[in-house]
Design a protein around this ligand. Structure first.
Ligand code: XMP
Length: 528
């Protein structure tokens, strides 16, 4: 295992991902973690970047015990400066903040060899820089292994210990050799084995679930038809069969035919014990007349909890009844499944730099505070791409495993005005045509997320000899790695033409289609 100590950089989670992409398990912890509290023995440590300056009052520093463990350490950006700060180097402000691509020249030793960290990359490589401070004097016993035009000490290594520091960010895709540099560190310098694979994970996780659930006791969990909840549900089913009960709440703002499709897939095809609850009337009546996006999110979040709890209570009552009749085999409802992923875990443990909440994302986060159930989170160690790989191994069909994300509040945040059944129908139809055409054009997998939005305006059009005055659909499609930033997708124009013509012809109430060409930032992915 590689331990990544997070100083609050926006890229810290990417370091963890890159290690995992080399099939090496890596775990992120806040930079202030005391080494004695780390529950595993790391084979190596990576110190992340940070929005802070090492000399500022209140800036974060590592437990000095890190340097006494004797395991290899790689400092990235602030991490490099932190090593210098601890071991007697000097850091100073750059004249200008350096942000963007740079060329690093790899220093050669007298015999022409280069440091083990940079073996195989030639004389020079493109790297991504993002820093306001840099090293002005290396600590004693360190030598320079790479430099750029503006940074004479862009990469350092200790003369005898496995201590390294680099000013650039190898974890971002803008550093083309970055993943390989991380590979050099964790594989060649730390000597990690590449044994983090989903094949290994499945067996271990099923065994772990069986052990913590015991021979009796039921687990309930919400499913949405999305990748995470489907994979989590299938994993639970593999581990404990019908003692796992999945609940799907139809909130009335799902995509076209979604509840039926989820039932077909999870229950009929994957064999998961599933109840679908049609609560669309309740949701839509509570949403009646509401326009404010945050209010819509709250109503949907709270109503979801009400409906789910009521359904869970029914399952619990049935279980109690069975027990009363002497049916001991399955036991009481004791656990709640949550499809928490590693990025959520990182979000909750990572060292917070200054940042602001843009919108509240309501999932099932606050679910069941007082239901006295214990949480079971089989995916909490995994990144999204790992969940997808796991899904493929669990025989979940490719079209589901590769599905774009769909927000918890559903179409309610894609209908810009008040939500009504009629508006939902219009949007469902337009959205399904849009996605169908994207799939037909073979573009679905190139897009991170695509969806239609129903605008709260009317525009004039003409159909036959008739003047029309109808609503407008906006189409959104973005490419993105992690949804923190996103760019609009550049469709071939014939695909857009086909989509527009089908929507205006087939969806009553729409006479105009527009394409959203805003990136995030300054826009967000969703319109609300
Ligand atoms: P934004 O609009 O914040 O979207 O750029 C980034 C990603 O988050 C999804 N999203 C949500 N997901 N509940 C969710 O479960 C929400 O309230 C919510 N709002 C946005 C959005 O679909 C995109 O993938």
């Amino acid at each position: 295992t590689i331990l990544i100590l997070d100083f609050g950089s926006q890229y810290s989670h990417l370091i963890t991902r890159r290690c995992r992409e080399h099939n090496v398990y890596a775990e992120l912890m806040p930079c202030t973690t005391k080494i004695k509290d780390v529950h595993f023995k790391p084979k190596g440590i990576i110190l992340s970047g940070s929005p802070y300056s090492v000399y500022d009052e209140g800036s974060p520093h590592v437990d000095p015990a890190v340097f006494e463990l004797g395991v290899p350490i790689l400092g990235i950006c602030y991490g490099l400066q932190e090593i210098a700060w601890n071991l007697g180097g000097e850091v100073s402000k750059c004249d200008h903040r350096e942000y963007g691509a740079a060329d690093i020249t790899i220093n050669k030793f007298g015999d022409g060899a280069v440091d083990a960290l940079f073996e195989g990359f030639g004389d020079q490589m493109k790297v991504w820089m993002s820093h306001g401070d840099q090293l002005s004097k290396p600590p004693p016993d360190f030598h320079v292994i790479g430099h750029t035009q503006t940074a004479p000490f862009a990469a350092l290594a200790h003369n005898s210990k496995p201590l390294y520091g680099i000013q650039f960010h190898p974890e971002v895709t803008h550093s083309p050799n970055g993943k390989a540099v991380i590979g050099r560190f964790i594989l060649n310098i730390c000597g990690c084995k590449q044994n983090w694979t989903m094949e290994e994970f499945i067996g271990k996780e099923i065994a772990r679930i069986r052990e913590i659930c015991g021979p009796k006791g039921r687990v309930i969990g919400a499913v949405s038809g999305g990748v995470d909840s489907t994979v989590a549900a299938k994993l639970m089913h593999e581990a404990i069969g019908d003692r796992f009960h999945a609940i799907m709440v139809d909130n009335g703002v799902l995509r076209l035919n979604e509840a039926a499709q989820v039932h077909e897939m999870l229950n009929k095809n994957l064999g998961v014990n599933l109840t679908v609850v049609d609560a669309s009337d309740l949701f839509l009546s509570r949403l009646d007349g509401v326009e404010d996006p945050e209010k819509k999110r709250k109503i949907i979040g709270n109503t979801f909890i009400n409906v789910f709890e009521a359904e869970a209570a029914k399952i619990e009552a049935a279980a109690e009844e069975e027990l009363a009749k002497g049916g001991e085999a399955k036991g009481r409802v004791e656990w709640l499944l949550q499809g928490t992923l590693y990025p959520d875990v990182i979000e909750s443990i990572s060292f917070k730099g200054p940042s602001a909440t843009i919108k509240t994302h309501h999932n099932v986060g606050g679910l069941l505070k007082d239901m006295k159930l214990k949480l079971i989170e089989p995916l909490r160690e995994l990144f999204k791409d790992e969940v997808r790989a796991l899904g493929r191994l669990l025989s979940i069909p490719a079209h589901l495993v590769g599905r774009h994300p769909f927000p918890g509040p559903g179409l309610a945040i894609r209908i810009l005005g008040p939500v009504t059944r009629d508006q939902v129908k219009i949007l469902q139809l337009a959205d399904s045509i849009y996605i169908e055409e994207i799939r037909k054009a073979g573009l679905y997998d190139q897009i991170a997320q695509a969806f239609a939005v129903l605008l709260p305006v009317k525009a004039v059009g003409v159909m036959g000899d008739q003047r029309t005055y109808e609503q407008v659909i906006a189409l959104r499609a973005v490419q993105s790695e992690d949804f923190m930033t996103a760019d609009w997708f550049d469709f071939p124009s014939d695909v857009l033409r086909r989509i527009s013509s089908r929507i205006t012809n087939e969806v009553a109430g729409i006479n105009r289609v527009t394409y959203d060409i805003s990136s995030k930032p300054p826009a967000t992915v969703e319109w609300l």
